[in-house]
Write a protein that binds this ligand. Structure first.
Ligand SMILES: [Zn+2]
Length: 247
């Protein structure tokens, strides 16, 4: 056994406080100097065990790498899921905000339309034409009264053509306005004017009536021409006066 220790590696162990007087030299066997027969275990020599150890270490490395890769993949999946959840939550929040904005816009639009209807002139159902004798002959006249001041333009429509109706540009509230519809000879049976078409606008600053405005975006009446902010088509009614029989 002493022969086996020759050529080994020296180990020095510090056993005391100063260390110098307690140094003992221990000589351990060198692997390369040990005869193969003395390092055999389970029928394997040192080189075999070194190879096995290296293989085990390599396998452990592979196992650790696989485990790390699996953990990394799982973490990546979880991270991706968190990202998808966040994106979904963001999309749902955006959808909710969009729906809320659309509902608010719809409600606002409904309120504007309700206000528009409230501000418009009431439809009279019909305008009854009344025949009267004037210095220029016999004519039909109608009348209109509005609840608030408007700018107005009116035309009479006979089915194929229209005629401008003579009315003031601005109508004052609660004041009846009488207007000429058509000439109506004594032998006429009924008016040729079938309906009256009115275009109304809210008054502007220069009009001598209280100004007001509608919150909707329909045309305004600066020019008092073209499309009206409110438009009414009113049929013309006529009832022949009862014939008076003489004796
Ligand atoms: Zn309006």
């Amino acid at each position: 056994m002493s022969a086996c220790l020759s050529g080994g590696i020296d180990f020095y162990v510090l056993a005391g406080r100063s260390g110098l007087d307690s140094i003992r030299s221990i000589r351990w066997p060198s692997m390369s100097s040990v005869p193969p027969t003395e390092w055999q275990f389970l029928g394997l020599n040192a080189d075999n065990w070194i190879a096995i150890s290296s293989a085990v270490v390599a396998l452990l490395g592979v196992a650790l790498a696989v485990r790390y890769a699996r953990r990394s993949a799982k973490a990546a999946q979880e991270s991706a899921q968190v990202g998808r959840d966040a994106a979904q939550a963001g999309k749902e929040a955006a959808d909710a905000a969009r729906r809320s904005a659309e509902e608010a816009a719809t409600i606002s639009q409904i309120e504007r339309e309700r206000r528009h209807d409230d501000l418009g002139p009431a439809h009279p159902g019909e305008i009854v034409a009344v025949a009267e004798q004037t210095s220029g002959g016999r004519s039909l006249f109608g009348s209109i009264t509005v609840a608030r001041g408007y700018r107005v333009k009116a035309t009479g429509w006979n089915g194929t053509a229209s005629t401008l109706i003579s009315l003031p540009l601005v109508l004052h509230a609660n004041q009846p306005y009488r207007f000429h519809i058509e000439h109506f000879p004594a032998d006429a049976q009924k008016p040729t004017t079938e309906e009256l078409r009115f275009a109304f606008w809210s008054p502007i600053a220069e009009d001598e009536v209280p100004t007001w405005s509608c919150p909707c975006s329909r045309p305004t009446g600066e020019q008092a021409d073209g499309a009206g902010h409110w438009e009414l088509r009113v049929p013309v009614g006529y009832r022949r006066p009862p014939r008076v029989r003489g004796f």
